[in-house]
Design a protein around this ligand. Sequence first.
Ligand code: GDP
Length: 330
Amino acid sequence: KNLPFPATFVIYNINNYVGFATLPNQVHRKSVKKGFAFTLMVAGESGLGKSTLVNSLYLTDLYNNRKVLNAEERIVQTVFITKHTVGIEEKGVRLRLSIVDTPGFGDAVNNTESWKEIEDYIDQQFEQYFRDESGLNRKNIQDNRVHCCLYFISPFGHGLRPLDVECMRALHDKVNIVPVLAKADSLTPTEVRRKKMKIREEMEKFGINIYQFPDCEFDEDEEFKQQEQLLKDSIPFAVIGSNIQVESKGRKFRGRLYPWGVVEVEDPAHSDFLLLRNMLVKTHMQDLKDVTRETHYENYRAQCIQNMTRMVVQERKRRLVLHTHTHTHT
Ligand code: GDP
């Protein structure tokens, strides 16, 4: 009879089951064993609640020994990039989380190109990875590339400031930018809606390419599609951060206590905090890493190789000229 496979294959395949269906499990086990690494950068004007939000996002106090600089120090030290790394474990899954903080951004009197250091930092991580990848020990490369940059936008201005525009445009080809509207508790729901719309329009107008959520497949279920649409419509995420727990009506939660009431960080009616955390941690962490590797790093790598080739060609030309010169002289 006309069997679709060679006979030997069919003989071994007694139960119609060879076993490669376990491949996802094998991959899963292997990656769990290796652990995961994720690097998140926070950028934007100082005092917008960057460190508070990071602490709220990962339920850890990453900044317990942070020193807040005074105004004079801040002016001198325009951009001072620091990195905190913590190991978090949840249900046996290990995550090495790194937060790259860019405090003081926008503090200096002269802000021209104050994002340059952030840009350089991102490039340096790519460069390091490129070196490691071309080196001898490629097995244990530590991936320090920046996978996502939360860009904080002030709730007090009218949309984006020129500095925001310049900064995001300088970074958008190198890192996944996720814009957030800081300290959303200082705005009414209508103001939040208007501000979001204005910011989205301005980002479009100035050609800022932020991180794009991947398009849904046709066969995805309705709930998933709705969630994705909600994410897209919520940009920039209006966020609230808090380092303290408050107690109200017999419940304890991370929140902010005001004379007129309490704000609950994780309440979807108060902010997009939960949406952002789910996106970063639960649903899109891998996609952020994939886009970093496939688009941003790939661009950097291509550029590097192009430059190297150009240098080789120039060097060859130079030698050729030198060679002909010496020959004509003798
Ligand atoms: P960073 O300089 O951007 O890291 O800002 P910090 O996290 O140090 O916060 C600066 C100040 O803003 C602190 O007094 C915080 O308590 C306050 N703050 C942080 N997050 C929020 C928020 O969501 N809403 C409000 N109203 N204040 C906040």
